[in-house]
Design a protein around this ligand. Sequence first.
Ligand SMILES: [Zn+2]
Ligand SMILES: [Zn+2]
Length: 350
Amino acid sequence: MKTKSYAVASATKPLAPFNLERRIPGERDVQIEILFCGVCHSDVHTVRDEWHGTTYPCVPGHEIIGRVTSVGAQVKKFKAGDIAGVGCLVDSCRTCGNCEGHLEQFCEKGAIFTYNSPDKHSGGLTFGGYSESIVVDEAFVLSIPKNLDLAATAPLLCAGITTYSPLRHHGVTKGQKVGVVGLGGLGHMGVKLAKALGAHVVVFTTSLNKVEDALRLGADEVVHSKDEAAMKKHLNSFHFILDTVAAKHDINAYLILLRRDGNLTQVGVPSEALDLDVSSLIFGRRSLSGSLIGGLKETQEMLDFCGQHSITSDIELIPIQMINEAYDRLVKGDVKYRFVIDMASLKQAQ
Ligand SMILES: [Zn+2]
Ligand SMILES: [Zn+2]
């Protein structure tokens, strides 16, 4: 099926209209008309081949919300007319230990990501959500709580699960002290989710103009991370710190703020290696971890949690014709806090 989309033809070209082929839905497939698609920093990295693995043409987008238009004969969870979501994953082997443990993102045979991954159906690569429709196996389609604004829900599919998964894995709960480093697309979700889990939330930022926003988003305290005296007041006090910064920075300055057995999880991906002073781990038996999105089961749990707590992303809704300008602004950190594409704009004259 011919499907309108926006794609890039090479690392140096802008995104532009492109017709791609979607498969006819099979027995277990769900066909979704895409209503909204969030713009993730990974989209920019992939489009510009900053991670050195992009095949062109590339259609990015992995924060997808849409309406089901048809389902295969074996599909049980969805019917035409349902609102559904698709995140970063569209397939995996389903039989390895990680898949059986609901950690499809770590599939030992290689998870199939929503774009720029091998597509067994087409023999080419997967194409993402900057398109009018998508066809996905029901096992990788998510149910969306009815009470949430659909456009603002799209970023939960990547930014939401990326921050929710480590908070849950490290057992963040009521009464604990949680730090969030960086207040961007990921950080602002981390604040909302940690707060809803009952934590006392402290935001670390280098931009003093984000203080008011951090408090509005639910932070209990904001610390200017360049202020040594302010940092010192928090020594040995955090149960958990979520570090969302994707640039080179001093993680030791945060590790020493953890209490005994505290954990710092890095979810931002700096392009340069970070310097680690292991004594900041040894004293206090602290640990440093990473985390990558979440499996399907946990992503559904996160969406249901957001439904119960009325949590969505703060967004700026754009027509797809503004996508290249949005990328430039995203790179400069000039968005509060996530761009979401209104896919109805794709139907308009281009
Ligand atoms: Zn993403
Ligand atoms: Zn697997």
